[in-house]
Design a protein around this ligand. Structure first.
Ligand SMILES: [Zn+2]
Length: 161
């Protein structure tokens, strides 16, 4: 194979790539077979590249930018609320430990109250007996705490979503 060379190959290639030709270079490319081939190949490669980009179906750059911007905002928001989430978890753990400690600490009293509940149920089953008011307060308080803890749990799960 024998390749011919021309001193203006580089200039012709740059002009063909950019589309900015001066008159001398255009006249040279029309007269020189090497430079005419270079200009033709550069133009062919540009058209082929455009066709390949169209066939690849590249997404809209504006949409990519918008998604990246949105993602950046979401990450900033996550970073901003991270300390709050940590505090929430610590508070939940602290509340659980406190409730467990109180339950263990007060178990003897609660146990006697539960015995009272058994007695109340036994009395309720037998006719002519009167219920104990503090036992009703205990049952009502327990029910209130149970419902309150369910509400807190529901709120915590809702807030995480
Ligand atoms: Zn040439």
């Amino acid at each position: 194979m024998n390749f011919s060379h021309c001193t203006k190959e580089q200039a012709v290639e740059q002009a063909a790539r950019s589309g900015r030709w001066d008159d001398d270079l255009r006249a040279h490319a029309a007269a020189c077979s090497v430079c005419a081939d270079i200009a033709l190949v550069v133009r062919f490669m540009q058209l082929d590249g455009e066709l390949a980009r169209r066939e690849a179906g590249l997404p809209d750059p504006g949409r990519i930018w918008w998604k990246a911007h949105l993602r950046e905002k979401q990450m900033a928001a996550e970073r901003a609320v991270r300390p709050i989430a940590v505090c929430q978890r610590v508070a939940c753990l602290w509340g659980t430990l406190t409730a467990t400690s109180i339950l263990v600490w007060e178990w003897p009293r609660l146990s006697s109250r539960l015995d009272g509940l058994k007695l109340l149920l036994h009395q309720a089953a037998s006719p002519g007996s009167r219920p104990q008011t503090d036992l009703f307060a205990f049952i009502g308080g327990s029910l209130f705490l149970f419902l309150f803890s369910i509400l807190i749990t529901l709120y915590a799960s809702w807030a995480e979503e």
